[in-house]
Structure formats: structure tokens, C-alpha cells
Design a protein around this ligand. Structure first.
Ligand code: MTE
Ligand code: MO
Length: 519
């Protein structure tokens, strides 16, 4: 072979190395966009940028020519442009290093500008184009160097073994980088697209107005700085689950199956639930992992349907004593069947939280909420199946992992302010927080300072027995370090358990005691 024809071969591989550099750039940017900022996928940002700057006549031409495929045509055109530009960058890097790398960095800066000037750009939006550019430039740099080494070995008439070694090194590096970019890029884009479409469906969803609303009585919320708000905003609501990525469920394909020990297997659609009519319920959720004084507890207004009405459709058979609920991701919870059928317990299948469809991370489109039971045995998110069974026959996710199969919430009280470790000024200082005893209600909260007598705190007017109440005690704080203890008494007259218990196997107990420094 003459050096002339083999020279062409090197140009071909230079173009391929450019394509691989471009692919790595896009793949790393997609991955970073998935992790840090979903609004900063370079291809989509540049596409949106093009849509925004294209003059109207051209836009109309695109729509009339491609119809509903105009976006696909745009993306295809962009893809072709990226392919050509990447190939050119590869060739440039081969004949005039570092021109190719410079071209790629320029493209990175341009896509970064397209991303950062978009209205929905988030604080971390610069990361995807930056990381993508760095990775793509590095790959292009090394591939260019390898390619030139191979060419030099080839042209210098080095022995065939040396030539073959350099060729294999280049091809191996190109192959590994190219295949990795393809796999990572396609996977990241697919996940992003699925998330985005589920999110769009959720945002477009209009739930029917509930048949009944929760009335918040006057005096339900105390005006104390630093106390937990009566209703926990969705954005601040604690989240606990085993889901590595939040499941994306399209409510139009979602189904709830009620089976097991039932007269009749029942399958419900999302619309079936809505057609039952929604009611509003205020219920405080608590996690078994909540330590004394911890924040794995939140209060929300839910909209949903009674679980008992859904169970009735299937007709649980005699002998059954457990509902094994399953989430779309395989998570399971064991709930006493009685909690689901009791007329006096507001066990629900919830579809809305604080006036909006359930947030994805809180179980969209449907979750269970049952007052009085810890979340892990009652509050299955993304629920898809209710199997009527027995505690003897079935086990839920946490049961073989050291937690009780049944776990009623241990009623408790928490100090929100003053916080341990943040000193306060002498004078009148409110000591305030929340207390909860779901299904029973809180009768009294008491505070003791420096082991002194127990003083009753003022309580907010409770919404119902299933929600927490706020409490406050105006304290005449004197300089020094003081010891604050709090305890609650429920409406059955029971005292909050004083002995400390660990969260496993069935929830923490103990009175919260904290040190407050007064200056
Ligand atoms: N699918 C699923 N549902 C789940 C869990 C889970 O891991 N997976 N965790 C449960 C636990 S332990 C609690 S405390 C509540 C928490 O609900 P939240 O994240 O909406 O606050 O969800 C429950 N539902
Ligand atoms: Mo939990």
C-alpha cells in the first residue's frame, strides 16, 4: 500500500475519533444533567435555543413541512450537525492539534450559553456542559495523540509489529470510549425522558374537587417563631423509602389489584378511584426511624378514598388478618386487616397531598395513609397491590430486617424551639413544639425546667385526633444553662413512656430532654 492511500485511512480514523469525542461530550453531559440539573441536556437546550431564535416564517415552514414531526426533524438536523462538526473537530485535531480540542471547547461554551440563558436553568445548570466538555476534550486529545503516534510509526517505516501495536492501541481506546459513551448516553437520556414525561403528566393532571374538606378550627396554629407549621409543606415533608430512583407511573396505566383471600379479585384504575369521590383527611405521618426529638414526622392534608370501601369490593375472607401492600418497585408493608376495615379509622388510598396530586417522591399516583401506624407498616407509596393474607403466611419488606410485623405509633412530643445548641437571650422565651397521638389525640403537654415541677403547656386547637397539635410554654429564662424536659399525656390518660427505646424493632420512646443556654 502506498503512503498516499493509507493517509486517507488516517483521515477516516481522525473523523471517527472526533465522533467519539463528541459522543463522550454528550453522554457525560446527559449523565450530569440527570444527576444535577434536568434542564441542562445540551442537545435539548441547543434545540430549544434554535426554536427560539429561528424566524417565524422558517418555523411555520418547518411546521407545514414536518407537521407534528417538526421537533423530531429539528433534533435530527441538530444530530446531523453534531456528527459533521465532531468529525471535522477530529480531523482538525489530527492535522493541527490542538485545533480540534479548541473547536470542541468552543462548542461546549456555546451549548453552555444556550443552557444557562434558558428560563428554567437551575443553579447547577453549568455542570453538565462543563463536565461534558472536559470529558470530550480529554478523549479527543488522547485519541488524536494515539492516532498521530500510529501514523508516525506507520510512515517512518517502522517494523510492522510496531505499526500494528500502535494501531491496536488507537482502535482499542476508540472502541472503549465510543461504546461507553453510547451506553451511558442512551441510558441517561432514556431515564431523563421517562422522568420528564411522567412529571408532565402529573402537572397536567386535574383532580376532581373533593366531596368534603377538612376544616381547620380557629386557634389551630400558634404564632410562635421556630415552631413547626401546622401543615407541613410538601417540599419540607420528610421522605423515607428504599427507592433508589423515584418510580415514574402514568396514572392512565396504573392499576390496583386486590387479591389473595378475597371473594372476588378486584382491579381498579385511577379513574375508578376518582369516580368513588374524594374526601379530605388531615393525618400526621410518622416514621418508625424517628428518634426522640427527630424530624421524620409530618402533617399533611390528604385527598383520597376510604380503604375499607375498596376492600369491601373484594370481600376479605374469614381468617385473613393482614393486608400485604406492594409498591410498583416491589416494596411491601404488612398492615393489620382490621386497621383497613375499622369504621373508626380513616385508612385511605390517597391521591393528593396538600392540594396537589401526590408529589412523585411521596407516591404518585396513589399511596396508602393510615393514622396510628408507622409508615413502614401502613403508608405504601406507588401502591399497586393489596393482597389479603395472614401474618402467619406472609412477611413484609422490613420484617426479616429487624422490625416488627405490626407497629402502632408510640405517641410522642417534640421541642422545636429553642434548639439545643442555639443560645437564647434572658427574658420571656417560648418553649414550643408539636405532639402527636394519632387515633387518640393529645390531652396535655408538660414541660419541666431543671427538674422542677411539670408545667402544662398551652395547646393549639387540634384539627382532629389524627394530627399533631402545637404546644407552647412561655418561660422566664434566666442566664445560665438550663435543662428542659417535655412529655405528653394522651386522651386516654396515658403518660408518654419515659424509658428510652431504640427505633428498632418498633419505634423509639423516651422524653425529650435538652440543654438550653441563656445569655
Ligand atoms: N414504596 C414504598 N413505600 C413506602 C416506603 C418505601 O420504602 N417504599 N417507606 C415507608 C416508610 S418507612 C415511611 S415512614 C413512609 C414515608 O412516607 P413519605 O416519604 O411520603 O414521608 O413511606 C412508607 N412507604
Ligand atoms: Mo418509616
Amino acid at each position: 500500500m502506498s503512503t498516499h492511500t493509507t493517509g486517507k485511512r488516517f483521515y477516516f480514523w481522525a473523523a471517527v475519533s472526533g465522533l467519539v469525542g463528541g459522543a463522550v461530550f454528550l453522554a457525560i453531559a446527559e449523565l450530569a444533567a440527570l444527576l444535577f440539573s434536568s434542564t441542562s441536556s445540551p442537545i435539548l437546550a441547543v434545540g430549544s435555543f434554535v426554536i427560539d431564535i429561528v424566524p417565524r416564517p422558517l418555523k411555520e415552514f418547518a411546521i407545514s413541512t414536518f407537521g407534528e414531526y417538526d421537533k423530531i426533524a429539528l433534533l435530527a438536523g441538530l444530530g446531523l450537525a453534531v456528527v459533521i462538526a465532531s468529525a471535522i473537530a477530529g480531523v482538525l485535531e489530527y492535522i493541527r492539534p490542538p485545533l480540534g480540542v479548541i473547536a470542541l471547547v468552543l462548542a461546549g461554551i456555546l451549548s453552555g450559553a444556550a443552557i444557562l440563558t434558558r428560563a428554567e436553568a437551575t443553579a447547577l445548570a453549568f455542570l453538565p456542559p462543563l463536565l461534558g466538555t472536559l470529558a470530550g476534550a480529554a478523549i479527543l486529545f488522547f485519541l488524536g495523540r494515539r492516532l498521530r503516534a500510529w501514523r508516525d510509526a506507520h510512515l517512518s517505516g517502522a517494523d510492522a509489529r510496531e505499526d500494528g501495536l500502535d494501531r491496536r492501541r488507537f482502535l482499542l481506546m476508540t472502541g472503549i470510549a465510543g461504546v461507553s459513551a453510547l451506553v451511558v448516553g442512551v441510558a441517561a437520556r432514556t431515564v431523563s425522558a421517562a422522568t420528564a414525561s411522567a412529571d408532565a403528566i402529573r402537572r397536567a393532571l386535574k383532580l376532581p374537587a373533593p366531596k368534603s374538606k377538612v376544616t381547620i378550627p380557629s386557634g389551630a396554629e400558634l404564632d410562635v417563631k421556630g415552631i413547626s407549621p401546622l401543615i407541613t409543606p410538601n417540599a419540607d415533608f420528610y421522605r423515607v423509602d428504599t427507592a433508589l430512583t423515584v418510580p415514574n407511573i402514568d396514572p392512565s396505566t396504573w392499576r390496583l389489584v386486590i387479591d389473595g383471600m378475597v371473594d372476588k379479585r378486584v382491579e381498579l384504575t385511577f379513574q375508578d378511584l376518582l369516580d368513588m369521590g374524594l374526601d379530605e383527611y388531615a393525618i400526621t405521618l410518622t416514621c418508625v426511624s424517628n428518634e426522640v426529638g427527630g424530624n421524620l414526622v409530618g402533617n399533611a392534608i390528604w385527598q383520597g378514598v376510604p380503604l375499607r370501601d375498596v376492600l369491601k369490593m373484594a370481600g376479605p375472607k374469614a381468617g385473613a388478618d393482614m393486608i400485604l401492600s406492594t409498591s410498583i418497585d416491589g416494596y411491601t408493608a404488612s398492615t393489620p386487616l382490621s386497621a383497613g376495615t375499622d369504621e373508626n379509622i380513616d385508612a385511605i388510598l390517597a391521591v393528593a397531598m396538600n392540594g396537589e396530586p401526590l408529589p412523585p417522591e411521596h407516591g404518585f399516583p396513589v399511596r396508602m395513609v393510615i393514622p396510628g401506624l408507622y409508615g413502614y407498616v401502613s403508608a405504601t407509596k406507588w401502591v399497586t397491590e393489596l393482597k389479603i393474607t395472614t401474618f402467619a403466611d406472609d412477611q413484609a419488606y422490613w420484617t426479616p430486617r429487624g422490625y416488627s410485623a405490626e407497629a402502632p405509633i408510640k405517641f410522642s412530643s417534640r421541642v422545636d424551639t429553642p434548639k439545643s445548641g442555639s443560645p437564647v437571650k434572658a427574658g420571656t422565651v417560648p418553649i414550643a413544639g408539636v405532639a402527636w397521638a394519632q387515633t387518640v389525640g393529645i390531652e396535655r403537654v408538660e414541660v419541666s425546667i431543671d427538674n422542677g415541677e411539670w408545667m402544662p403547656a398551652k395547646l393549639s386547637n387540634p384539627i382532629n385526633k389524627d394530627t399533631w397539635v402545637q404546644w407552647v410554654l412561655e418561660w422566664d429564662a434566666t442566664p445560665g444553662t438550663h435543662y428542659v424536659a417535655v412529655r405528653a399525656i394522651n386522651k386516654n390518660g396515658d403518660m408518654q413512656v419515659e424509658e428510652r427505646a431504640a427505633i428498632a424493632p418498633n419505634g423509639s420512646s423516651g422524653w425529650q430532654r435538652s440543654l438550653v443556654t441563656v445569655s
